[in-house]
Design a protein around this ligand. Structure first.
Ligand code: HBI
Length: 362
Protein backbone atom coordinates (compact mmCIF):
# COMPACT_ATOMS: atom_id res chain seq x y z
CA UNK A 1 0.00 0.00 0.00
CA UNK A 2 1.46 3.28 -1.04
CA UNK A 3 0.78 6.23 1.23
CA UNK A 4 -0.30 9.38 -0.62
CA UNK A 5 2.61 10.89 -2.56
CA UNK A 6 4.36 13.31 -0.22
CA UNK A 7 6.40 16.37 -1.15
CA UNK A 8 9.44 16.24 1.15
CA UNK A 9 12.26 18.75 1.64
CA UNK A 10 15.55 17.29 2.98
CA UNK A 11 17.80 19.94 4.59
CA UNK A 12 21.36 18.67 4.85
CA UNK A 13 24.14 19.01 7.44
CA UNK A 14 25.85 22.43 7.53
CA UNK A 15 29.42 21.14 8.10
CA UNK A 16 30.26 20.76 4.43
CA UNK A 17 28.89 20.23 0.91
CA UNK A 18 27.37 16.88 -0.08
CA UNK A 19 30.05 14.85 -1.86
CA UNK A 20 32.92 16.37 0.12
CA UNK A 21 33.05 13.66 2.78
CA UNK A 22 32.94 16.32 5.52
CA UNK A 23 29.30 15.39 6.16
CA UNK A 24 30.35 11.86 7.07
CA UNK A 25 27.60 9.26 7.19
CA UNK A 26 24.85 11.84 6.71
CA UNK A 27 25.88 12.25 3.06
CA UNK A 28 25.09 8.59 2.39
CA UNK A 29 22.02 8.53 4.65
CA UNK A 30 20.49 11.58 2.96
CA UNK A 31 21.01 10.16 -0.56
CA UNK A 32 19.62 6.74 0.37
CA UNK A 33 16.67 8.27 2.20
CA UNK A 34 15.87 10.24 -0.96
CA UNK A 35 16.19 7.07 -3.10
CA UNK A 36 14.08 4.98 -0.70
CA UNK A 37 11.30 7.58 -0.64
CA UNK A 38 11.37 8.15 -4.41
CA UNK A 39 10.95 4.38 -4.90
CA UNK A 40 7.72 4.68 -2.92
CA UNK A 41 6.49 7.44 -5.18
CA UNK A 42 7.33 10.50 -3.10
CA UNK A 43 8.76 13.77 -4.43
CA UNK A 44 12.10 14.82 -2.92
CA UNK A 45 13.99 18.14 -2.98
CA UNK A 46 17.36 18.59 -1.23
CA UNK A 47 18.78 21.77 0.32
CA UNK A 48 22.55 21.69 0.94
CA UNK A 49 25.61 23.97 1.11
CA UNK A 50 26.94 25.51 -2.12
CA UNK A 51 29.27 23.15 -3.96
CA UNK A 52 27.25 20.07 -3.09
CA UNK A 53 27.13 17.27 -5.64
CA UNK A 54 24.00 15.14 -5.80
CA UNK A 55 22.77 12.65 -8.38
CA UNK A 56 19.17 12.19 -9.38
CA UNK A 57 17.42 14.78 -7.17
CA UNK A 58 16.61 18.52 -7.41
CA UNK A 59 19.26 20.32 -5.35
CA UNK A 60 18.98 23.83 -3.88
CA UNK A 61 22.51 25.07 -3.10
CA UNK A 62 22.80 27.62 -0.31
CA UNK A 63 25.81 29.86 0.31
CA UNK A 64 27.28 30.62 3.72
CA UNK A 65 29.87 29.69 6.33
CA UNK A 66 30.09 26.05 7.42
CA UNK A 67 29.13 25.16 10.98
CA UNK A 68 31.94 24.19 13.43
CA UNK A 69 31.77 20.42 13.95
CA UNK A 70 30.09 19.39 17.19
CA UNK A 71 32.40 16.48 18.07
CA UNK A 72 35.30 18.90 18.63
CA UNK A 73 33.39 20.90 21.24
CA UNK A 74 33.06 20.45 25.00
CA UNK A 75 29.86 19.25 26.62
CA UNK A 76 29.15 22.71 28.05
CA UNK A 77 29.85 24.45 24.72
CA UNK A 78 27.82 27.55 23.97
CA UNK A 79 25.49 27.55 20.98
CA UNK A 80 27.30 29.24 18.12
CA UNK A 81 26.67 30.46 14.60
CA UNK A 82 29.37 31.90 12.34
CA UNK A 83 28.52 35.10 10.49
CA UNK A 84 26.53 34.36 7.32
CA UNK A 85 25.96 30.82 8.63
CA UNK A 86 24.94 28.33 5.95
CA UNK A 87 22.83 26.63 8.66
CA UNK A 88 20.76 29.78 9.18
CA UNK A 89 20.58 30.44 5.43
CA UNK A 90 19.40 26.86 4.65
CA UNK A 91 16.67 27.09 7.31
CA UNK A 92 15.62 30.51 6.09
CA UNK A 93 15.11 28.90 2.68
CA UNK A 94 13.08 26.14 4.38
CA UNK A 95 10.95 28.74 6.16
CA UNK A 96 10.25 30.65 2.93
CA UNK A 97 9.27 27.54 0.95
CA UNK A 98 7.69 25.35 3.63
CA UNK A 99 4.17 25.72 2.20
CA UNK A 100 5.28 23.73 -0.89
CA UNK A 101 6.02 20.64 1.24
CA UNK A 102 4.18 18.09 3.39
CA UNK A 103 7.30 17.48 5.48
CA UNK A 104 10.77 18.89 6.09
CA UNK A 105 13.57 16.55 7.24
CA UNK A 106 16.47 17.94 9.30
CA UNK A 107 19.93 16.32 9.13
CA UNK A 108 21.84 18.95 11.16
CA UNK A 109 23.17 18.03 14.59
CA UNK A 110 22.74 21.65 15.63
CA UNK A 111 20.62 23.73 17.95
CA UNK A 112 18.95 26.00 15.36
CA UNK A 113 16.63 23.60 13.42
CA UNK A 114 15.32 22.13 16.67
CA UNK A 115 14.76 25.59 18.17
CA UNK A 116 12.94 26.77 15.01
CA UNK A 117 10.55 23.77 14.91
CA UNK A 118 7.61 25.42 16.77
CA UNK A 119 7.85 28.46 14.46
CA UNK A 120 7.24 26.35 11.33
CA UNK A 121 3.78 25.40 10.06
CA UNK A 122 5.08 22.46 7.99
CA UNK A 123 6.09 19.56 10.28
CA UNK A 124 9.79 18.81 10.71
CA UNK A 125 11.24 15.31 11.12
CA UNK A 126 14.64 15.34 12.84
CA UNK A 127 17.29 12.69 12.07
CA UNK A 128 19.75 12.81 14.98
CA UNK A 129 23.11 11.80 13.46
CA UNK A 130 25.34 11.40 16.54
CA UNK A 131 25.23 10.38 20.19
CA UNK A 132 24.83 12.99 22.94
CA UNK A 133 27.72 15.48 22.73
CA UNK A 134 26.63 18.95 23.90
CA UNK A 135 24.18 19.64 26.73
CA UNK A 136 22.52 22.63 25.03
CA UNK A 137 21.77 20.48 21.99
CA UNK A 138 20.53 17.59 24.14
CA UNK A 139 18.12 19.99 25.83
CA UNK A 140 16.62 21.37 22.63
CA UNK A 141 16.24 17.83 21.23
CA UNK A 142 14.33 16.77 24.35
CA UNK A 143 12.19 19.92 24.13
CA UNK A 144 11.15 19.08 20.55
CA UNK A 145 10.44 15.46 21.55
CA UNK A 146 8.18 16.69 24.33
CA UNK A 147 6.30 19.24 22.22
CA UNK A 148 6.19 17.16 19.00
CA UNK A 149 6.20 13.48 20.05
CA UNK A 150 7.39 11.06 17.37
CA UNK A 151 9.17 13.69 15.23
CA UNK A 152 12.72 12.82 16.37
CA UNK A 153 14.49 9.70 15.08
CA UNK A 154 17.76 8.07 16.04
CA UNK A 155 19.76 5.53 14.05
CA UNK A 156 20.08 2.96 16.82
CA UNK A 157 18.86 2.30 20.36
CA UNK A 158 22.33 2.62 21.88
CA UNK A 159 22.65 6.07 20.33
CA UNK A 160 19.20 7.05 21.61
CA UNK A 161 20.14 5.79 25.08
CA UNK A 162 22.87 8.45 25.36
CA UNK A 163 20.11 11.09 25.57
CA UNK A 164 17.99 11.10 28.75
CA UNK A 165 14.89 10.34 26.69
CA UNK A 166 11.46 10.55 28.27
CA UNK A 167 9.22 9.67 25.34
CA UNK A 168 8.86 7.50 22.24
CA UNK A 169 11.30 7.85 19.37
CA UNK A 170 11.76 6.34 15.93
CA UNK A 171 14.78 4.13 15.20
CA UNK A 172 15.46 4.26 11.47
CA UNK A 173 18.91 2.57 11.18
CA UNK A 174 19.97 3.10 7.53
CA UNK A 175 19.68 1.69 4.04
CA UNK A 176 21.64 1.27 0.83
CA UNK A 177 21.06 1.01 -2.88
CA UNK A 178 22.29 -2.60 -2.81
CA UNK A 179 22.43 -2.77 -6.61
CA UNK A 180 25.60 -0.63 -6.37
CA UNK A 181 27.43 -3.16 -4.15
CA UNK A 182 28.74 -6.37 -5.74
CA UNK A 183 29.22 -9.49 -3.58
CA UNK A 184 32.76 -10.93 -3.51
CA UNK A 185 33.29 -14.52 -2.32
CA UNK A 186 37.06 -14.71 -2.88
CA UNK A 187 38.81 -11.73 -1.24
CA UNK A 188 42.50 -10.84 -1.28
CA UNK A 189 44.66 -10.74 1.88
CA UNK A 190 43.94 -7.13 2.90
CA UNK A 191 41.71 -5.89 5.70
CA UNK A 192 39.74 -2.63 5.34
CA UNK A 193 39.17 0.47 7.43
CA UNK A 194 36.66 3.14 6.36
CA UNK A 195 35.62 6.54 7.68
CA UNK A 196 36.68 10.09 8.34
CA UNK A 197 40.34 9.94 9.42
CA UNK A 198 39.87 11.72 12.76
CA UNK A 199 40.58 10.85 16.42
CA UNK A 200 37.04 9.76 17.29
CA UNK A 201 37.32 7.00 14.70
CA UNK A 202 40.33 5.30 16.34
CA UNK A 203 42.27 4.36 13.16
CA UNK A 204 45.46 3.88 15.22
CA UNK A 205 44.08 0.66 16.74
CA UNK A 206 43.45 -0.89 13.32
CA UNK A 207 46.97 0.11 12.27
CA UNK A 208 48.44 -1.37 15.47
CA UNK A 209 46.65 -4.68 14.79
CA UNK A 210 47.84 -5.01 11.16
CA UNK A 211 51.33 -3.84 12.14
CA UNK A 212 51.46 -6.70 14.64
CA UNK A 213 50.10 -9.25 12.12
CA UNK A 214 51.85 -8.02 8.98
CA UNK A 215 48.49 -8.03 7.15
CA UNK A 216 47.89 -5.16 4.66
CA UNK A 217 45.25 -2.57 5.59
CA UNK A 218 43.35 -0.70 2.87
CA UNK A 219 42.06 2.65 4.17
CA UNK A 220 39.11 4.53 2.60
CA UNK A 221 37.79 7.90 3.73
CA UNK A 222 38.13 11.65 4.01
CA UNK A 223 41.46 12.76 5.51
CA UNK A 224 39.81 15.14 7.96
CA UNK A 225 42.68 15.51 10.49
CA UNK A 226 46.14 15.47 8.79
CA UNK A 227 48.06 15.83 12.08
CA UNK A 228 46.30 12.76 13.46
CA UNK A 229 47.16 10.82 10.27
CA UNK A 230 50.81 11.90 10.32
CA UNK A 231 51.08 10.89 13.98
CA UNK A 232 49.84 7.39 13.12
CA UNK A 233 52.33 7.13 10.24
CA UNK A 234 55.15 8.19 12.60
CA UNK A 235 54.18 5.67 15.27
CA UNK A 236 53.85 2.78 12.78
CA UNK A 237 56.39 3.51 10.02
CA UNK A 238 56.38 -0.10 8.75
CA UNK A 239 52.66 -0.79 8.90
CA UNK A 240 51.43 -2.09 5.50
CA UNK A 241 48.91 0.73 4.80
CA UNK A 242 47.27 1.55 1.47
CA UNK A 243 45.35 4.86 1.68
CA UNK A 244 42.82 5.10 -1.19
CA UNK A 245 41.28 8.51 -0.33
CA UNK A 246 37.59 9.45 -0.29
CA UNK A 247 35.94 7.54 -3.14
CA UNK A 248 32.47 7.54 -4.66
CA UNK A 249 30.37 4.46 -3.97
CA UNK A 250 31.27 2.60 -7.17
CA UNK A 251 35.02 2.89 -6.63
CA UNK A 252 34.73 2.41 -2.86
CA UNK A 253 32.87 -0.88 -3.15
CA UNK A 254 35.21 -2.12 -5.89
CA UNK A 255 38.06 -1.91 -3.37
CA UNK A 256 36.11 -2.82 -0.24
CA UNK A 257 34.64 -6.06 -1.65
CA UNK A 258 38.21 -7.42 -2.15
CA UNK A 259 38.92 -7.19 1.58
CA UNK A 260 38.78 -10.06 4.09
CA UNK A 261 37.00 -7.93 6.71
CA UNK A 262 36.25 -4.37 7.80
CA UNK A 263 37.78 -3.22 11.11
CA UNK A 264 35.68 -0.71 13.12
CA UNK A 265 37.72 0.85 15.92
CA UNK A 266 35.64 3.88 16.92
CA UNK A 267 36.42 5.66 20.20
CA UNK A 268 33.14 7.51 20.37
CA UNK A 269 29.68 5.99 20.52
CA UNK A 270 29.14 5.65 16.75
CA UNK A 271 25.48 6.45 16.17
CA UNK A 272 25.05 3.90 13.41
CA UNK A 273 28.02 2.89 11.23
CA UNK A 274 27.08 3.21 7.56
CA UNK A 275 30.43 1.62 6.71
CA UNK A 276 29.34 -1.61 8.44
CA UNK A 277 26.25 -1.72 6.19
CA UNK A 278 28.40 -1.12 3.10
CA UNK A 279 30.79 -3.90 4.06
CA UNK A 280 27.98 -6.41 4.64
CA UNK A 281 26.49 -5.43 1.26
CA UNK A 282 29.74 -6.60 -0.38
CA UNK A 283 29.85 -9.82 1.69
CA UNK A 284 32.65 -8.40 3.85
CA UNK A 285 32.52 -9.48 7.53
CA UNK A 286 32.72 -6.71 10.15
CA UNK A 287 35.05 -6.84 13.16
CA UNK A 288 33.94 -4.01 15.42
CA UNK A 289 34.38 -2.68 18.91
CA UNK A 290 31.31 -3.70 20.93
CA UNK A 291 30.18 -0.07 21.24
CA UNK A 292 27.30 1.96 19.80
CA UNK A 293 25.52 1.42 16.50
CA UNK A 294 27.81 -1.21 14.95
CA UNK A 295 27.10 -3.46 17.96
CA UNK A 296 23.45 -3.42 16.84
CA UNK A 297 24.36 -4.16 13.22
CA UNK A 298 26.92 -6.99 13.47
CA UNK A 299 25.49 -10.45 14.18
CA UNK A 300 28.30 -11.73 16.42
CA UNK A 301 29.77 -14.99 15.06
CA UNK A 302 27.51 -14.91 11.99
CA UNK A 303 28.32 -11.71 10.02
CA UNK A 304 31.33 -10.61 12.01
CA UNK A 305 32.80 -10.31 15.50
CA UNK A 306 32.17 -7.82 18.29
CA UNK A 307 35.25 -7.34 20.46
CA UNK A 308 36.19 -5.57 23.72
CA UNK A 309 36.42 -1.85 22.93
CA UNK A 310 39.87 -0.22 22.71
CA UNK A 311 41.69 -3.58 22.94
CA UNK A 312 43.98 -4.23 19.95
CA UNK A 313 44.38 -7.82 21.16
CA UNK A 314 40.64 -8.32 20.64
CA UNK A 315 40.94 -7.21 17.01
CA UNK A 316 43.88 -9.58 16.49
CA UNK A 317 41.93 -12.49 18.00
CA UNK A 318 38.87 -11.81 15.82
CA UNK A 319 40.99 -11.56 12.67
CA UNK A 320 42.28 -15.07 13.44
CA UNK A 321 38.65 -16.34 13.53
CA UNK A 322 37.51 -14.77 10.24
CA UNK A 323 37.32 -18.16 8.49
CA UNK A 324 34.31 -18.98 10.67
CA UNK A 325 32.27 -16.23 8.98
CA UNK A 326 30.30 -17.02 5.81
CA UNK A 327 30.46 -14.06 3.41
CA UNK A 328 27.12 -15.02 1.89
CA UNK A 329 25.52 -14.47 5.33
CA UNK A 330 26.91 -10.94 5.34
CA UNK A 331 25.28 -10.08 2.03
CA UNK A 332 22.07 -11.79 3.13
CA UNK A 333 21.85 -9.59 6.22
CA UNK A 334 22.23 -6.45 4.09
CA UNK A 335 19.42 -7.65 1.82
CA UNK A 336 17.13 -8.48 4.74
CA UNK A 337 17.67 -5.33 6.83
CA UNK A 338 19.33 -2.56 4.80
CA UNK A 339 17.75 -2.56 1.32
CA UNK A 340 16.10 0.63 0.06
CA UNK A 341 12.75 -1.16 0.44
CA UNK A 342 13.41 -2.03 4.10
CA UNK A 343 14.72 1.49 4.81
CA UNK A 344 11.72 2.96 2.96
CA UNK A 345 9.32 0.95 5.13
CA UNK A 346 10.94 2.33 8.31
CA UNK A 347 10.85 5.89 6.94
CA UNK A 348 7.26 5.69 5.68
CA UNK A 349 6.10 4.41 9.05
CA UNK A 350 7.91 7.27 10.81
CA UNK A 351 6.69 9.99 8.44
CA UNK A 352 3.11 8.67 8.29
CA UNK A 353 2.75 9.31 12.02
CA UNK A 354 4.13 12.84 11.79
CA UNK A 355 2.04 13.88 8.78
CA UNK A 356 -1.13 12.31 10.20
CA UNK A 357 -0.61 14.10 13.54
CA UNK A 358 -0.14 17.34 11.69
CA UNK A 359 -3.23 17.05 9.49
CA UNK A 360 -5.71 15.85 12.15
CA UNK A 361 -7.24 18.86 13.92
CA UNK A 362 -5.46 19.12 17.28
N1 HBI B 1 28.66 18.90 13.62
N2 HBI B 1 27.77 20.94 14.28
C1 HBI B 1 27.66 19.80 13.57
N3 HBI B 1 26.58 19.60 12.80
C2 HBI B 1 26.42 18.48 12.04
O1 HBI B 1 25.41 18.32 11.34
C3 HBI B 1 27.47 17.51 12.06
C4 HBI B 1 28.59 17.76 12.87
N4 HBI B 1 29.61 16.88 12.91
C5 HBI B 1 29.62 15.66 12.12
C6 HBI B 1 28.42 15.51 11.26
N5 HBI B 1 27.40 16.37 11.29
C7 HBI B 1 28.35 14.38 10.29
O2 HBI B 1 29.65 13.84 10.08
C8 HBI B 1 27.40 13.27 10.70
O3 HBI B 1 27.37 12.30 9.65
C9 HBI B 1 27.87 12.59 11.95
Amino acid sequence: MLENPWKILLISTPVGPLGSGLGGGVELTLLNMAKALKKRGHCITVVAPQGSLLEEFPLVEIAGQFQPIAQNQTRDALIQLPENAVLANMWNYGRQHQADYDLIVNFAFDWLPFYLTPFFTTPIAHCVSMASLITAIDQVILAVMAQFPGTVAFCTHSQAATFALEGPYACIQGGLDLSRYQFCGEPGPALAWMGRIAPEKGLEDAVAAVDQLGIPLTIFGKLQDPDYWQDIRRRYPNAPLDYRGFLDTDNLQAGLRQCRALLMTHRWLEAFGNVAMEALACGVPVISYDRGGPAEIVRHGQTGWLVEPDQVAGLVGAIARLDQIDRQQCRAQAEQEYSLAAFGDRLAQWFQGIIAANTDPA
